[in-house]
Ligand binder design. Sequence first.
Ligand code: FAD
Length: 117
Amino acid sequence: EKRKECPLDKDELGRSTWNFLHTMAAYYPEKPSEQDQNDMKNFLRIFSKFYPCSYCAEDFKRDLEVLPPVTENRHALSQWLCQIHNIVNEKVGKPIFDCSKVDERWLTGPKNGYCDY
Ligand code: FAD
């Protein structure tokens, strides 16, 4: 059995957080109410305030201002989050993710069931 270090480092925290955020976007309503949309915007704003990597949080707050959340529906939010994640990917030198694959990665899963990307 592989032993895990603790507490989380920046990368483990980042992975867990993206897992959560993309899955949350994948299950966001198709027809959100005004309240849903405001709640999601507030959630993201508050989330960026308390994200427990201070320099990541500082940049992310700025990213949210440059590219404000698009909360009209599930598809729009998922695509927006993909773009925001790509801004971080670019900054840290990770590959840019193909946003046409977001639903396959985070909602339906590919045919073989493996997300090797
Ligand atoms: P991750 O980037 O964690 O991605 C996890 C998985 O998501 C990938 O394996 C891929 O399958 C999928 N994926 C990748 N890109 C996309 C996309 N655009 N859309 C949909 N799915 C995608 N690290 C720093 O070093 N500096 C920072 O300033 C920094 N800021 C961060 C800010 C936030 C809000 C978060 C959540 C994380 C931040 N991180 C930062 C951490 C960094 O983004 C990664 O999480 C970490 O480096 C681990 O990378 P990873 O290769 O495991 O893949």
